[in-house]
Design a protein around this ligand. Structure first.
Ligand SMILES: *[C@@H]1O[C@H](CO)[C@@H](O)[C@H](O)[C@H]1NC(C)=O
Ligand SMILES: *[C@@H]1O[C@H](CO)[C@@H](O)[C@H](O)[C@H]1NC(C)=O
Ligand SMILES: *[C@@H]1O[C@H](CO)[C@@H](O)[C@H](O)[C@H]1NC(C)=O
Ligand SMILES: *[C@@H]1O[C@H](CO)[C@@H](O)[C@H](O)[C@H]1NC(C)=O
Ligand SMILES: *[C@@H]1O[C@H](CO)[C@@H](O)[C@H](O)[C@H]1NC(C)=O
Ligand SMILES: *[C@@H]1O[C@H](CO)[C@@H](O)[C@H](O)[C@H]1NC(C)=O
Ligand SMILES: *[C@@H]1O[C@H](CO)[C@@H](O)[C@H](O)[C@H]1NC(C)=O
Ligand SMILES: *[C@@H]1O[C@H](CO)[C@@H](O)[C@H](O)[C@H]1NC(C)=O
Length: 448
């Protein structure tokens, strides 16, 4: 009897799952939009910043401040790809609430764990708002473009030639990780610079993009086969050793930056860099045509890492518009990954919660979170990239007001400024995990 009841409930569970899983007719954009709406709602169910007594813009723990910025970027994409304005007010409020006293996405509350990469994810969300013509904020508030410019200007001021002949550091303040120069910080600075160059046609930004790329290349964070590695140690080792961990988002931010530089310069050098990066991305992150980060099969992805495929998806989709010659390679990979992603969005309690292991042939991996939802959302949106308008510039309809000197005068925050953060335990813990994991498992795995 007990046996019988159990198998009956298993059958029931299967029926429940197959009826609730996210079924998509990939040829019908309304069906794809419905899927995106379901996944977006799942993601936004974690957000409570609009509730009484909560802080707008941020996510509750365990999510760090940066991931909320990334999430608003996803919501701008969501609106742009679907025309669904459901979350626009929350997005506007969240982004503007977190601009901080200098309109530069450095709110004091976030200073305990504020990396250049963290600030950049908010800056790139603002950049996307300008590029996609998200509704402009009130005139009393900083424009989307000026927020991106502020982040760029400040990070340009943090370019540090004391060690490694350049590059920006991971952390802004002297907390754990300050001694590292990492690819996501320099890569997002590059990404933002390329997009500001294209949007404003101001070549200063392009020159910095070039400089950041050259530095990543010279140090070996991009190798001659266009593998993209994670970080290098500055203060003690002068960037002579490389942590060879490979994450999808590092390669992704460079891909979009390179394709944007191609779009801006139309130089074969950037075309070549774009296609070489793309070939290596296909090889490194699409085993069997399904996007995958290396931590997945080791059950070792941390909270941050659960969201990385969101950004590779976002940036690959944008790349097809900046460099249309990449479309025929990227579009099928986004589609096969999106199909795999949706097939496994069968998790409890709603029956459409997404996990991260898209390669599991439709089996939910038992995990849930903002990162998992965001990754599935961005890859599903990416399948529609052929039908949406590309990023504008200030000569093709972009009307976000420019402020080329936006940001807190960088000379007031000298590189290496010492602050005592409220608490650094969390961030240090996350860093330690990443470091241990990368040294032990990953390095070995990548070399098999
Ligand atoms: C969104 O709306 C605009 C203007 O109404 C339209 O041109 C565009 O095709 C729509 N995009 C999508 C993805 O439905
Ligand atoms: C900073 O934290 C305080 C206290 O939680 C909150 O009231 C305020 O809105 C926060 N500011 C920002 C920009 O998040
Ligand atoms: C540090 O590395 C840079 C290149 O990455 C090199 O130009 C510089 O000479 C090195 N400095 C020292 C002290 O080794
Ligand atoms: C675009 O932005 C650049 C840099 O701010 C400015 O020089 C130029 O006048 C702008 N063009 C338009 C059409 O607004
Ligand atoms: C393009 O990339 C290939 C492979 O890395 C390289 O051999 C070739 O010299 C590059 N060509 C140009 C024009 O940069
Ligand atoms: C630059 O991007 C626009 C918008 O997607 C596209 O129409 C154009 O062909 C691209 N330019 C080049 C050189 O690829
Ligand atoms: C998924 O299915 C394919 C084809 O049936 C099979 O080759 C592969 O091993 C399966 N993967 C997993 C993780 O079950
Ligand atoms: C920043 O401040 C310094 C010193 O006060 C000044 O010389 C410089 O012109 C300022 N730069 C900008 C961009 O405002």
């Amino acid at each position: 009897m007990v046996q019988f009841k159990r198998s009956l409930s298993l059958v029931w569970l299967c029926i429940l799952q197959s009826t609730i899983a996210i079924d998509v007719d990939w040829g019908d954009s309304n069906s794809v939009k419905d899927a995106a709406a379901t996944i977006a709602a799942g993601m936004m169910s974690y957000y409570v910043g609009n509730q009484y007594g909560q802080t707008p813009g941020i996510l509750p723990g365990p999510y760090y401040w940066w991931e909320a910025g990334a999430m608003w970027g996803a919501m701008i994409d969501y609106w742009h790809y679907t025309n669904d304005t459901t979350y626009n007010d929350l997005t506007m409020q969240g982004l503007q609430w977190q601009v901080g006293p200098h309109n530069d996405f450095m709110p004091p509350n976030a200073s305990a764990s504020l990396g250049n990469d963290d600030q950049a994810f908010w800056g790139m969300a603002a950049m996307a708002a300008a590029e996609y013509k998200f509704p402009n904020p009130l005139q009393s508030q900083p424009s989307w473009l000026s927020l991106a410019q502020a982040v760029f200007n400040e990070q340009m001021g943090r370019w540090d030639t004391q060690y490694c002949n350049g590059g920006i550091r991971w952390q802004i303040y002297q907390i754990t990780g300050y001694d590292l120069k990492n690819t996501i910080s320099n890569g997002c600075f590059f990404n933002l610079a390329s997009r500001l160059a294209r949007y404003t046609n101001d070549d200063l930004y392009a020159q910095w993009a070039e400089k950041a790329w050259n530095w990543l290349w010279d140090i070996g964070l991009i190798d001659k086969n266009y593998n993209v590695y994670d970080n290098t140690e500055a203060d003690r080792l002068n960037c002579t050793t490389i942590d060879h961990t490979q994450w999808s988002y590092n390669a992704g931010t460079l891909l979009m930056g390179a394709s944007t530089m191609w779009n801006y310069t139309q130089s074969d050098v950037w075309k070549n860099r774009t296609s070489n990066l793309l070939s290596t991305i296909v090889f490194d992150y699409f085993p069997d045509g399904i996007m995958k980060d290396v931590c997945e099969q080791h059950n070792a992805c941390n909270v941050d890492q659960h969201s990385f495929k969101a950004y590779l998806s976002r940036w690959m989709a944008a790349t097809t518009q900046m460099a249309p010659f990449t479309y025929d390679i990227i579009a099928p990979l986004l589609l096969s990954s999106a199909k795999a992603a949706c097939a496994q969005c069968t998790g409890a309690p709603t029956g459409n919660v997404c996990g991260l292991k898209w390669y599991l042939n439709g089996t939910w991996d038992g995990t849930a979170g903002v990162g998992q939802q965001m990754a599935a959302l961005e890859v599903v949106l990416g399948t529609m990239v052929g039908h949406v308008t590309p990023a504008v510039t200030n000569t093709t309809g972009g009307n976000s007001p420019s402020n080329p000197t936006a940001g807190y005068n960088a000379s007031n925050i000298p590189p290496g400024a010492v602050v005592t953060p409220a608490t650094k335990a969390d961030r240090a813990g996350a860093w330690l995990l990443t470091a241990l994991f990368s040294l032990a498992t990953l390095y070995a795995w990548m070399r098999i």
